[in-house]
Write a protein that binds this ligand. Structure first.
Ligand code: FAD
Length: 395
């Protein structure tokens, strides 16, 4: 019998599958959406610097640990599959254009430094010295200054997904595509097979353990496990521009928007935070706004036109924390969901933690803060409602 059945083949599900298979377990992954329709494919792939301090919150510690693991995973994935996932310490600039933005960045800069993260405050001249392409934005007063995080990192999500999938297959993982899980029957405190529609017929998939890693769709499926979690779909749209020649080296952030330069000369402009339900379409007004954002910072884009655009549904949570742990009422079911805006970054640590729990060993890091039945935490500045308010300009 399969040791573990994973529901969901986004970055979280595939990372868990890879980790478990690497420990010698037989794993089957059930995947409904084509890869391109997952939040994982749609993501920008920005990894803010991660500080590993005793004083850090559990969420910060998960990010910092995952960040370290990513360096090893990128190297191992390259060795195993020949795919370069594009993990690069490219640096990140965070710029402001008004007093409110300046005040926010000053507070952020102080917080980064307090966590031991390298952070350099820059005036407009310093910004231009760092990224000459922002001179146009500085001239138009669209950029007045900001700070540099030399350790901000980027990864190419589609490549990382492809590498994970190939690595999983080499490790013997069975990935069943077009499989929609309909029900997770629980009998006598244990999941007794998951019922899925596969290629037009119903199949009950049995395994020793089950992991729910279905991104924004996890909340509805978790109810069958007696777990009440919200994984609210929060849409993010991105537009990709093909530049005549690369203009930026670093990720440039202003407010909640960002530009991400890729080594192949493309530039991503994103993103949005939209509470619109399970609708992963893009709309013209937003794409126009995102192109205008790129112009605001860079000036003339040298005739660059949007090459493609897409949207993904982030699994948002009320308290800004992912859910990682065993379903309290089921001895053999685990949940790994709700990573909101940090699912790529936190995927490696999540995978190791879930694999520890499935194997019944003490998790490598404390997981109580992420437990499916944790007490409601007060909203943080990263929680869905706070970020939506900020996206609407209400704070
Ligand atoms: C625009 C945008 C930008 C982002 N930028 C970043 C970033 O810079 N850095 C970062 O760390 N994170 C970023 N994120 C967040 C990150 O993408 C998510 O947190 C992460 O991808 C969530 O991964 P997941 O595997 O949980 O969900 P998903 O990738 O959505 O995967 C869910 C999986 O579950 C499957 N599924 C769902 N229901 C069923 C069912 N009933 N039966 C079978 N399978 C099912 C789906 O088919 C899919 O395979 C961004 C997201 C977006 C949208």
């Amino acid at each position: 019998m399969t040791d573990c059945c994973i529901i969901g083949g986004g970055i979280v599900g595939l990372s868990i599958a890879r980790e478990l298979a690497g420990r010698g377990r037989t794993v089957r992954v059930l995947v409904r959406e084509p890869r391109r329709d997952t939040a994982s494919w749609a993501a920008a792939g920005i990894f803010p610097p991660a500080a590993d301090l005793a004083a850090a919150t559990p969420n910060e510690r998960l990010t910092a640990w995952s960040d370290r693991l990513h360096r090893d995973w990128a190297r191992d994935l390259l060795d195993e599959t020949g795919i370069d996932t594009g993990l690069r310490v490219c640096g990140g600039l965070h710029v402001y254009r008004d007093d409110a933005g300046r005040a926010r960045l000053q507070a952020n800069a102080a917080a980064w430094r307090a966590r031991g993260v390298a952070c350099e405050w820059l005036d407009a001249e310093g910004v231009t010295a760092c990224e000459p392409a922002l001179a146009g934005g500085v001239r138009r007063a669209a950029v007045l200054g900001g700070y540099l995080l030399p350790d901000e990192t980027q990864i190419r999500p589609p490549r990382h997904l492809e590498a994970l999938e190939q690595s999983c297959e080499r490790r013997g993982v069975t990935i069943t595509r077009g499989a929609t899980v309909r029900d997770i029957p629980v009998r006598a405190g244990r999941v007794d097979g998951v019922v899925a529609d596969v290629a037009g017929s119903s199949e009950t998939v049995r395994a020793g353990a089950y992991v729910l890693a279905a991104g924004a769709w996890s909340g509805a499926l978790a109810k069958a496990l007696g777990v009440s979690i919200e994984t609210r779909p929060i849409r993010g749209q991105i537009v990709q521009l093909r530049m005549a020649e690369p203009q930026l080296v670093r990720v440039v952030n202003r407010g909640l928007d960002y530009l991400v330069p890729r080594e192949d000369g493309t530039l991503l402009s994103g993103s949005t935070l939209e509470d619109v339900g399970f609708d992963a379409s893009t709309d013209e007004a937003t794409i126009t706004r995102l192109v205008a954002f790129a112009r605001d910072l860079l000036g003339d884009l040298g005739g660059a036109e949007p090459e493609r655009s897409w949207a993904g549904l982030r699994p948002g949570t009320v308290d800004g924390l992912p859910t990682i742990g065993r379903a309290p009422a089921c001895g053999n079911a685990f949940v790994a969901a709700g990573h909101f805006r940090a699912g790529l970054h936190q995927s490696t640590g999540t995978a190791v933690l879930i694999a520890d729990l499935v194997e019944g060993c003490r998790p490598t890091m404390e997981v109580d803060a992420f437990a499916p039945d944790r007490a409601a935490q007060p909203p943080t500045k990263d929680s869905v409602s706070a970020l939506l308010a900020r996206a609407r300009g209400e704070d």
